[in-house]
Design a protein around this ligand. Structure first.
Ligand SMILES: NC(=O)c1ccc[n+]([C@@H]2O[C@H](COP(=O)([O-])OP(=O)(O)OC[C@H]3O[C@@H](n4cnc5c(N)ncnc54)[C@H](O)[C@@H]3O)[C@@H](O)[C@H]2O)c1
Ligand SMILES: [Fe+2]
Length: 369
């Protein structure tokens, strides 16, 4: 992220989260010296027994489990969780789940202002929330990115054992979220040399491993998991772009999973930003082995590569295919456009976000009934 000091513009890259990765990494919880655990998770992990296993690994005698997380957490849920967290006053806070769980726990810790460490254990390879300054909260059908360095977890545990049962549709959706984070961070206005390194590696590694992960080859899942975290490290510094601004806006209104929306939007956004970011898009295409010596060819290969992969992962191409009524989209078009332009991710898009661009992308992705 560029910072101005006097006459200098320098790149500032902050990496505060301790990252522990590998098969069985959850056992590191036992080294944290906690006695009183507050575990934030969702009902799936309680039912599957994984919440209990994580709680046992912490070695804490006293515990409380807050398992009310649902996809796209609301501010009301955060308020309820914050009250429970303050009343329990733990010495260790652990979040176990996807981006929704991690975001909710981060916001709860932020509002509770406790002094205990927050350990994030992602169970999807997607959001990167375990290393970011973001928490996406929903209020009145609008998704608001809360952005503050105090939201960043102290420890991220990337345990591939938690990914063995990941359903195929989640591999696909959350994997496309990783690709979108990497592409948008690489081309974002605040990108720098260090964030570019993480974004490029995350993109080529996720692009190469996603088909095998989707096909059920669980041995590649740690690779995608690390790519998700690297993409998070990149975008928390560099920012995101129009694809995320539109995905937040549409996700708040229609509750289509976040990664699925990114898959629908990304090729259209690449087309829209083509002139402003052609060199960067071309570099990414080449880094991932899609080739193209001229920038225009490499850019086309990148866009086609995303469309091909989307098809291979059985993701929808339009909002209609994702079950959204096009009449509802056009009835809400004004709100979609204004929420997109107000979203912080829009500010770092390589091209200035404007209403006609958002409408043009909306036309391209809505699809016919
Ligand atoms: N904070 C950030 O930096 C950031 C970045 C991108 C996205 N997000 C947010 O994250 C959310 C999306 O997160 P997500 O894509 O991880 O999905 P999610 O957390 O919304 O979870 C979706 C579903 O997957 C299930 N699930 C999770 N892990 C599983 C596993 N291992 N096995 C079986 N089921 C599992 C959950 O129970 C849930 O029902 C969105 O709200 C999005 O806006 C946040
Ligand atoms: Fe995302």
């Amino acid at each position: 992220m560029p910072a101005e000091w006097g006459n200098c513009v320098v790149e500032e890259f902050v990496c505060r989260t301790k990252i522990i990765s590998g098969s069985g990494a959850v056992s590191a919880l036992g080294q944290m010296g906690g006695k009183k655990l507050f575990l934030v998770t969702d009902p799936y992990f309680v039912k599957s027994g994984q919440a209990e296993r994580v709680a046992l690994a912490s070695g804490c005698q006293e515990r409380e489990v807050f398992d009310r997380i649902r996809p796209d957490p609301t501010v009301e849920l955060v308020a309820e969780g914050t009250a429970r967290l303050k009343a329990f006053a733990p010495d260790l806070l652990v979040a176990l789940g996807g981006g929704s769980t991690l975001d909710c726990a981060k916001a709860m810790a932020y509002f509770a202002r406790g002094t205990y460490p927050l350990v994030a254990i992602p169970t999807t390879s997607g959001s990167g929330s375990e290393v970011t300054d973001f928490a996406i909260l929903t209020h009145d059908r609008v998704k608001h990115p809360l952005v503050d360095p105090r939201l960043r977890p102290d420890v991220a545990i990337l345990d591939s054992d938690l990914l063995q049962q990941l359903p195929k549709h989640l591999v696909a959706e959350t994997g496309f979220d990783v690709l979108t984070h990497a592409v948008e961070a690489y081309c974002a206005k605040n990108a720098g040399v260090i964030s570019d390194l993480y974004a490029r590696e995350a993109f080529s590694s996720a692009y190469a491993a996603l088909p095998a992960s989707y096909a059920g080859r669980t041995e590649v899942r740690l690779k995608v998991h690390l790519a998700a975290t690297m993409a998070g490290m990149a975008f928390t510094q560099a920012g995101l772009g129009l694809c995320h601004a539109m995905a937040h806006s549409l996700g708040g209104l229609f509750h289509v999973p976040h990664g699925r929306l990114n898959a629908i939007l990304l090729p259209a956004v690449i087309g829209c930003n083509a002139h402003a970011a052609s060199r960067k898009y071309a570099e990414l295409a080449r880094a991932a082995g899609m080739g193209g010596s001229a920038d225009t060819i490499a850019l086309r290969n990148l866009r086609n590569g995303m469309i091909r992969l989307r098809r291979e992962l059985n993701l929808p191409e339009t909002l209609v295919q994702a079950g959204v009524d096009p009449r509802a989209v056009w009835r809400s078009a004004e709100a979609i456009v204004s929420n997109t332009l107000a979203d912080p991710c829009c500010k770092t898009n390589p091209l200035e976000g404007e209403a006609f661009l958002v409408r043009r992308i909306l036309e391209e992705v809505t699809g016919r009934v």
